[in-house]
Design a protein around this ligand. Structure first.
Ligand code: ARG
Length: 394
């Protein structure tokens, strides 16, 4: 079902009066209307107490609070509905965001995000799980945002272009052989739509963001395609997305069977970028600052593309794989990532769901341990099928 796509600048006007004051009665009425369907976290945590506190802020900050939850106010199918506008939102608006972050990440008691990139090579070897897993597409990414810039939901066109140019300078100097491809019209590294599609078909480049309701209403897709692009290493194992949901998505894709190798590659790239002098936004408690609170913590997502023809019944029962994965602390997505479909072989992107309260090293360990169980279930379903076939034959 395709819904009409609304833009942030239009939605925002609905909740502001002529003087620019935020209309809380309208906001609360909208939340009440949505409660009949699905209650996003943005909705659930916008309590009367939050409203009272919000009213004590300057008009500008109240407008920012509106911007943060504008996606949730626009679509009744958002689960979270939040996009931060600046790294400082996670301080200034913590009275609203903290309970929401804690609920999403299931955080109890006092806790603080820790980091650990000490990930062994030679230990998480997929062929030990199944000899067939000789050449697997292994991926890992971290989200990062750079201090001193607004987050993508509230950058203006100039800021997007300025940020992209700063990144081009980094790519030219940081020592990895590769090439930057820009979607910005007139950019010296500009690529055409056709060239961009080639990169999308290889699952390197992100989608045209203006087709995504969430990203349009929260402003992340504004000024498309200015300031957007991708850097790809010569051997196509390292990549950096510029100007998607976060300033940077630093990515490594390795074909092979040792999960530690993809981490090694990703860490090299991340360190290389850091050394170029960029300072990434981080919260003392909640870790890496990301546009969407769901990615806070390590900001890391690590996955493999695996085939699960039995569990998915030839790709026809994606829900079965998703449910089983969930019970193992994993997330199953389609081949093209979030909101995409699996194919007839049941090819899915499998990653651990935890982002917060786990270190980078634990993410890898959880993926490996989850895959041991998932492949065991996949194999048992094969045996199950064989048994059924055998009984049918007799
Ligand atoms: N904004 C969407 C929602 O609230 C997606 C959240 C998670 N995905 C993401 N790409 N940040 O439902």
């Amino acid at each position: 079902m395709s819904q009409k796509i609304f833009e942030k600048k239009d939605v925002r006007k609905l909740y502001l009066d002529d003087q620019g004051n935020v209309d809380y009665t309208k906001i609360q009425a909208r939340w009440e209307e949505f409660k009949k369907n699905k209650v996003s976290l943005a909705n659930k945590h916008f309590t009367q107490q939050v409203v009272e506190k919000a009213k004590t802020l300057s008009q500008e900050d109240q407008q920012r609070l509106l911007d943060i939850m504008i996606e949730g106010l626009t679509y009744n199918d958002s689960s979270v509905g939040i996009a931060a506008t600046r790294p400082e939102d996670y301080d200034l608006f913590l009275f609203y965001l903290e309970p929401l972050i804690r609920e999403y990440h299931k955080i109890e008691g006092q806790t603080k995000q820790e980091h650990d990139w000490n990930i062994p090579v030679g230990e998480y070897v997929l062929t030990n799980i199944d000899p067939k897993l000789e050449k697997v597409s292994m991926r890992a990414r971290v989200a990062r945002n750079v201090v001193g810039y607004s987050l993508p939901s509230s950058m203006d066109k100039d800021e997007r272009i300025k940020f992209e140019n700063q990144m081009v300078e980094v790519f030219e100097k940081f020592g990895f052989p590769g090439k930057y491809h820009s979607l910005t019209p007139g950019h010296k590294n500009f690529i055409s739509d056709q060239e961009a599609d080639v990169l999308r078909n290889k699952h390197f480049l992100f989608i045209n963001m203006t087709h995504d309701n969430c990203l349009m209403s929260n402003g992340v897709a504004s000024d498309w395609p200015y300031g957007r692009g991708i850097w790809i290493s010569e051997d196509e194992t390292k990549m950096v997305w510029v100007g998607e949901e976060d300033h940077l998505r630093i990515i490594s894709i390795v074909q092979g069977n040792d999960l530690g190798k993809v981490d090694q590659s990703l860490n090299e790239l991340l360190t290389g970028i850091e050394k170029s002098g960029l300072k990434f936004a981080e919260h003392p408690t909640y870790g890496i600052i990301t546009t969407c609170p769901t990615n806070m913590g390590t900001g890391k997502r690590q996955s493999i593309l695996g085939k699960f023809p039995n569990i998915t019944k030839g790709g026809k029962d994606e829900a079965n794989l998703k449910d089983i994965a969930k019970s193992l602390g994993l997330q199953a997505r389609g081949i093209g990532g979030e909101h995409s479909n699996m194919d007839s072989e049941g090819t899915a992107d499998i990653s651990p769901s935890a982002r917060f309260g786990v270190t980078e090293a634990i993410v890898t360990k959880r993926l490996y341990e989850g895959l041991i169980k998932l492949y065991e279930i996949e194999r048992n379903e094969t045996n199950e099928k064989k048994r059924q076939n055998c009984c049918n034959t007799f």
